[in-house]
Design a protein around this ligand. Structure first.
Ligand code: 9Z3
Length: 339
């Protein structure tokens, strides 16, 4: 167990996983991240007023990078815009969950997806020296972003009144960014161990696209690799599968949903079923790259449930019915576990 990432685990981690964490570059501000997590979880376990404890979901989103040099100039990236994670976060918040949003820097953000990328230049105009106006086509999206952000801010200020939270802690949404596979897995471990005591009230919704191969830190070139040395011959090793550690050791009572992405629809469901069994996930969401915004298939122990976007509505998405299904299955799980 890596002491940088929290309290010592009672059961030893698998040697491969332990060696991954031991050789990873230390996570920047690990203590600060653990503090934020603790405060966020405490706050949501005893929300202000007479509110009942919120269920907490960790949503992972965006792709991890694999650095090729320690002073990184080049890296291998994983495909994911972060749209799935950001949209799902909004529906989880709407359903009353507190969300720990573990996202790739620069990927899509909750409540900001319909806003253009270059927000300041495209959304606003100066009508005279003192007034800034929102361009007509973007008014709806800006209003929605401001309104939803405000809803979260109000929760935060209530918490301040009750003295439950420091200024750094969030209300219903805590955002934590990552870039590399090292940061992602270290942070996922810290999050999982912080959520451990939530028992069945904890959910993991693992939509991030996680690298399968990486260059171990100790065998990585320190400086920029020189092209004058001829063709590049580099050995990537397999990233240890952390899902089992998550299920068995980090947060054993949590409700876990992972994703399976394929480009060949013929193997998709079979691979999703295999992943569900191997990593003991409660659900695996199977999606094919080109149709991922239209439909997904949720694989559970004995079902394959097709979830589709409502095609009669132009602004519909597949995440709305997907999160609805997950929330209902999670509720049944909480009830069954009796906690
Ligand atoms: C997914 O399958 C996500 O649904 C997408 C979402 C990345 C396709 P976007 O971010 O796309 O909205 O653009 N995520 C998991 C992908 C992944 O790496 N899965 C691993 C696998 O398939 C298991 S952890 O082996």
């Amino acid at each position: 167990m890596d002491s940088r990432n929290g309290p010592a685990s009672e059961t030893p981690l698998d040697a491969e996983i332990e060696s991954f964490f031991d050789s990873a570059p230390p996570l920047k501000d690990s203590a600060g991240i653990i503090k934020k997590l603790k405060e966020f979880i405490e706050f949501n376990s005893t929300p202000p007023g007479k509110g009942s404890p919120r269920r907490v979901v960790c949503v992972t989103s965006g792709g991890t990078t694999v650095p090729l040099e320690q002073r990184c100039v080049r890296f291998i990236d994983n495909f994911s815009s972060g749209n799935r994670g950001a949209t799902s976060t909004e529906y989880f918040i709407k359903a009353g969950y507190a969300v720990i949003f573990l996202y790739r820097r620069g990927s899509f953000q909750p409540y900001c997806q319909s806003l253009p990328e270059d927000l300041l230049l495209e959304c606003f105009e100066c009508s005279d020296d003192s007034t800034i106006q929102v361009h007509q086509p973007h008014t709806k999206a800006v209003k929605r972003a401001v309104r939803d952000h405000h809803a979260i801010t109000v929760t935060m200020s209530q918490s301040r009144i009750l003295g439950l939270l420091q200024a750094v802690a969030g209300g219903q949404l805590l955002k934590l960014p990552f870039t590399t596979i090292f940061e992602y897995l270290q942070m996922l471990q810290s999050i999982a161990m912080s959520m451990r005591d939530l028992g069945s009230h904890a959910v993991f919704y693992l939509a991030a696209a996680v690298s399968d191969f990486y260059v171990p830190w100790e065998s990585m070139a320190e400086h920029k690799i020189q092209s004058a040395s001829g063709p590049l011959d580099m050995r990537l090793v397999q990233v240890p599968k952390m899902l089992l550690a998550l299920k068995k050791e980090w947060a054993p009572m949590a409700f876990c949903i992972s994703f399976k992405l394929e480009t060949d629809s013929n193997i998709l469901l079979e691979k999703a079923e295999m992943a569900r069994e191997k990593y003991r996930m409660h659900m695996v969401v199977a999606n094919e790259l080109s149709t991922r915004r239209e439909e997904v298939t949720v694989v559970t122990g004995n079902e394959r449930i097709l979830v589709c976007r409502d095609k009669t509505r132009a602004d519909s998405d597949v995440e709305e019915p997907l999160i609805e299904l997950i929330v209902s299955r999670h509720s049944a799980y909480v009830k069954d576990s009796g906690l």
